[in-house]
Design a protein around this ligand. Sequence first.
Ligand SMILES: Nc1nc2c(c(=O)[nH]1)N[C@H]1C(S)=C(S)[C@@H](COP(=O)(O)OP(=O)(O)OC[C@H]3O[C@@H](n4cnc5c(=O)[nH]c(N)nc54)[C@H](O)[C@@H]3O)O[C@H]1N2
Ligand SMILES: Nc1nc2c(c(=O)[nH]1)N[C@H]1C(S)=C(S)[C@@H](COP(=O)(O)OP(=O)(O)OC[C@H]3O[C@@H](n4cnc5c(=O)[nH]c(N)nc54)[C@H](O)[C@@H]3O)O[C@H]1N2
Ligand code: SF4
Ligand SMILES: [Mo]
Length: 683
Amino acid sequence: MAEVVGACPHDCPDTCSLITTVQDGRAVRVRGNPAHPPTDGVLCAKVSRYAERTHHPQRVLTPLKRVGAKGEGRFEPIGWDAALDEIAQRLGAIAARDPQAILPYSYAGTMGLVQGESMDRRFFLRLGASLLDRTICSTAGGEALTHTLGGKVGMKVEFFAESRLILIWGSNSITSNLHFWRLAQQARRAGARLVCIDPRRTETADKCDEHIALLPGTDGALALGLMHQLIVNDWLDHDYIERHTLGWPALKERALLWNPQRVAQVCGVPEAQIIELARAYGTTKPAAIRVNYGLQRCAGGGNAMRAVACLPALTGAWRHRAGGLLLSTSGHYPVDRAALQRPDLLAGRTPRTINMSTIGADLLRPASPEFGPAVQALVVYNSNPVAVAPESRQVAAGFAREDLFTVVLEQFLTDTADHADIVLPATTQLEHWDVHLSYGHTDVLLNRPAIAPLGQARSNAQIFRDLAARMGFDEPCFADSDEALCRQAYGDKVDFDVLLQGGFARLAVPDAPFADGGFPTPSGRCEFFSAALAQSGEAGAVGDGLPNHVPNREVAGAHPAYPLAMISPPARNFLNSSFVNVQTLRDMEGEPLLEIHPDDAAARGIASEQLVRVFNDRGEYRVKAHISTRARPGVVNGLGIWWRKLGVAGTNVNEVTSQQLTDIGRGPTFYDCAVQVAALAHV
Ligand SMILES: Nc1nc2c(c(=O)[nH]1)N[C@H]1C(S)=C(S)[C@@H](COP(=O)(O)OP(=O)(O)OC[C@H]3O[C@@H](n4cnc5c(=O)[nH]c(N)nc54)[C@H](O)[C@@H]3O)O[C@H]1N2
Ligand SMILES: Nc1nc2c(c(=O)[nH]1)N[C@H]1C(S)=C(S)[C@@H](COP(=O)(O)OP(=O)(O)OC[C@H]3O[C@@H](n4cnc5c(=O)[nH]c(N)nc54)[C@H](O)[C@@H]3O)O[C@H]1N2
Ligand code: SF4
Ligand SMILES: [Mo]
């Protein structure tokens, strides 16, 4: 029996410290590390099942070569040598014509710096492949925050426990940020008031003191409405505004256009609720905002995030360590990305960039002078785009192209792996080294392998090292081991011996980072006005450099044929599309569900638990209707993200989502999606 300290690799703000119990070379239990304060000995239900996921009978354990049609998922095992030879030969031939016809596609299946953004990046940079704009989750909010506060920086999560008022804004903490929720409860026991701002009545909303069920995509209007009330009631910190902000006169003028009556109408919530929220925010100290990515998956997501991020500077909330705002802490980490990724390997070449959120359209795009060569080869790892990318009909058609050479590094035969020409078996977190940052706390974590790789699995870094050798890339950086890469990630900024001993190290981050201003923006102030945004014109029609309300493209009730607005937030027992194939977790989720309000169901003759089709011009998916007041009238909630092949009729929620992008950050607009719902016969 041995116990090995590791880190949770998943795309979750909590980045827990794990302890894996190993018996006879097998991981028998994964639990939370009680010595790591943010984890506090507790894991979510999903990762408590990580041993079940790792030793899953359907793990891919050898390289596979396709024998059926693309998408069918029929493969036969081949040896590593044959697999690597074929890939090197195919990629080499394409690269000889134009390496930009090769596209890497990856996201945060693991957030590890080594298995997610080191040897892989070196490989593709050396090759001169197309670059990937990794926008699928957080760039709208992340870039908006950076244009306002100067980086992905903010409150330290532990101090939420001392707040007197917490706005949980666009986040279902119990589902997707469990360890923050513990702190919020601590605050509540000490007398704090919790307010949840979310179109869906989530389990988090149930447990807050108040729930503001605004229409999707109206957060910018709500934030401007709060500013209006702060101004007219003079709940402003004039000294803080004067010394530490930029652009207040112009923002003030805009905010004064947003009286409670107008905001109530746009947001679809009672006027009194807005006035009361503003009073609470304006008069309670310290007040903290836990904003999350749920509000930025729509046309105006960037502007909404900017409007929310202006609020703490108006009231001077930043003066207190338990006041301010937290979206992401990842900007606090001194990661040496140049050392890990080696952009120098481009050697002056400037490949084109392809946005991962429009992969459907881009795989179907022919060569043209503007676009460059058609995509001829795709190497996918740490992601399951066929299930998670918007507008599945196009994504699936792109992946089904017979002339596209597709390699997928995976642990399981996902919807994406089913479309591969070659699948390479990847290790899980229990089988490889890695080092981590977090976007919800401020500790660095080390992940030691607890068990040897299962079957013939290899780590991503190992696979790209092997491919580099096959392609004849002989720069010394292609020889770095996974453990050496772990050390390079932070260089001398983090004491690696501390990581080796305890599994984690704390970053030195000030308790109240902006108590005295000092924002890492160009002006050093909280930038209500952003010159960079005004110049880039990125914020679209309202690109005047000030936050505004940018309405959804697909507003509820606006389209005669598709009158319902659909959002598709994560399911509690899955992590994006990971864990959908873990039986015990799938049993907890039951079936793909669409929550629909009783009035909307009655108007369509939909009975409880009846099979329905959800559709628009982009596509159609099938789910069970769950009649529930968790959905507000006019809005349906299609909980995500099922594997298509485990869903109903081979579909999932992304059949209907769109490839339109956000105002800032080129992000996807999953929650800006008009649909119609119709009953199907009982099956
Ligand atoms: N259990 C579980 N945990 C997860 C994930 C998972 O799939 N499952 N995914 C992980 C990932 S990748 C991420 S990015 C984070 C995401 O976590 P969060 O950033 O918290 O975002 P979501 O959970 O996507 O959405 C949060 C809430 O936003 C609401 N919402 C939708 N539209 C709007 C809107 O217009 N305005 C407002 N105010 N709210 C809106 C949704 O109803 C949802 O309840 O969670 C991570 N954690
Ligand atoms: N409709 C709708 N769609 C959404 C969202 C939504 O809210 N609604 N959320 C969006 C968001 S926030 C995100 S972040 C994306 C997430 O989308 P993805 O990043 O694609 O996340 P997952 O679906 O979890 O898929 C990750 C895959 O990586 C694999 N993997 C894990 N570790 C490793 C490893 O070490 N090596 C290799 N080779 N593979 C590994 C897992 O087995 C899994 O299949 O989805 C987006 N899609
Ligand atoms: S998914 Fe999040 S809550 Fe669950 S173990 Fe990983 S970091 Fe912790
Ligand atoms: Mo995400």
